[in-house]
Design a binder for this molecule. Structure first.
Ligand SMILES: *Cc1c(COP(=O)(O)O)cnc(C)c1O
Length: 385
């Protein structure tokens, strides 16, 4: 085994070697600008972008011109929310989202409130699911859009986006989902799931950092957010800026591999996570989030009266896992997601998150279980000494 063992795949994933190999020529020999197609340099780049765009759009059952490349899910979320609320201002000023969203939705929603928009933050049950009747009740004739994430980055809960999208469409409301944790991990179909806008990111599926996409529905209904970046009018004038060709090529390869290996990977991860959860429960661990409707590579757990940070410090040289969400580890506040589930603040502080990934091995999983069990024993012993 190589140490430290990486088990934080919700924060980011390592680049797959096959993805890097595909990208390499586009850093050097094939450096052209995909918009400068008066010569072969630009043409080669444009062809590579087209091919990647096809792979990405097919993977989510979209058309190639419905994919807008961005720098990642954060930018896609900003574009989706700000661009749509601005574009359809004549329809109203109301946005509906949820308290357990990623900061890249919540902070945008807060910003929109400062410029006069109305935001409803739906609550969740103890598993992290919204109540569809509450959603229906929240919709008014001023509601422009609903934004609900597909899979939660902390607790892994997968929500029924198809039903949410159906409600949105029945009410003529635009439906956006942050699917950064879902695309490449569970099957996503924008048609079947009634999705109008969808954010996703390459580095959450063994692709490079700094490249992502926003799916933008072309028909029934046609949606077109206002740009937040203006300039060279790339990406149908929705997102200006010279295309990140190596990133896009890598993104295409990463999603192709992810779709091809998804079923086998999920069977493997399910077996491992069930084993981990069972062994943690035997030593008093409690699973956060949904017992079944969850990403199979996610384990969010707490051990009563044992500080998650203490466990992490104990095993840090050998295993890399996270406390709560990666984005809030700097602050001392308990995770907003765990609190939203109704957990007591003192318990929320105890949580640890494990994210299994493509290159983990059975030996590493067994080692994780052993390390955490030993750490729990040590920490309990210190407490009682
Ligand atoms: C990682 C993540 C983001 C941010 O994506 P970037 O590509 O890093 O900007 C947004 N939402 C969710 C749910 C995520 O997991």
């Amino acid at each position: 085994m190589n140490f430290p063992i990486y088990l934080d795949h919700h924060a980011t994933t390592p680049l797959d070697q096959r993805v890097l190999d595909e990208m390499m020529p586009y850093f050097t020999m094939k450096f052209g600008n995909a918009s400068s197609t008066d010569h072969s340099f630009g043409n080669d780049a444009a062809i590579a972008v087209k091919s990647a765009r096809e792979k990405i759009s097919k993977s989510i059952n979209a058309k190639h011109d419905e994919i807008i490349f961005t720098s990642g899910a954060t930018e896609s979320n900003n574009l989706a929310l700000i661009g749509t609320m601005q574009k359809y201002v004549d329809r109203g000023n109301h946005l509906i989202t949820c308290v357990t969203e990623h900061q890249a939705i919540l902070d945008v929603a807060k910003y929109l409130e400062t410029i006069g928009k109305n935001v409803t933050y739906l609550h969740v049950n103890k598993y992290g699911e919204i109540n569809l009747k509450e959603l229906l009740d929240a919709i008014t004739d001023k509601t422009v859009m609903i934004s609900i994430m597909t899979a939660n980055n902390e607790i892994g809960t997968i929500v029924d986006v198809e039903k949410i999208g159906k409600i949105a469409h029945e009410k003529n409301v635009i439906f956006h989902t942050d699917a950064a944790q879902a695309v490449g991990h569970i099957p996503m179909d924008v048609q079947k799931m009634n999705i109008d806008l969808m954010s996703f990111s390459a580095h959450k599926m063994y692709g490079p950092k700094g490249i992502g996409a926003l799916y933008v529905r072309g028909i029934k209904p046609r949606v077109k957010p206002d740009p937040i970046l203006r300039g060279g009018r790339q990406e149908r004038n929705i997102r200006s800026g010279t295309l990140n060709v190596p990133g896009i090529v890598g993104f295409g390869k990463a999603i192709e591999i992810a779709i091809g290996e998804m079923d086998a990977e999920n069977i493997r991860f399910k077996k491992w996570s069930e084993k981990i959860i069972k062994s943690f429960q035997e030593i008093g661990g409690k699973l956060n989030g949904h017992p079944t409707s969850r990403l199979v590579h996610n384990i969010n757990v707490f051990f009563p009266k044992i500080d998650g940070k203490a466990i992490i410090n104990d095993i840090n040289n050998e295993i890399s896992i996270s406390a709560g969400s990666a984005c809030t580890t700097e602050s001392v506040e308990a995770s907003h997601v765990l609190l939203a589930l109704g957990m007591m603040e003192e318990d929320a502080h105890l949580a640890i998150r494990i994210g299994i990934g493509r290159f983990n091995t059975k030996e590493e999983i067994d080692y994780l279980i052993e390390c955490i069990s030993n750490s729990i024993k040590n920490l309990l012993k210190i407490q009682t000494d």
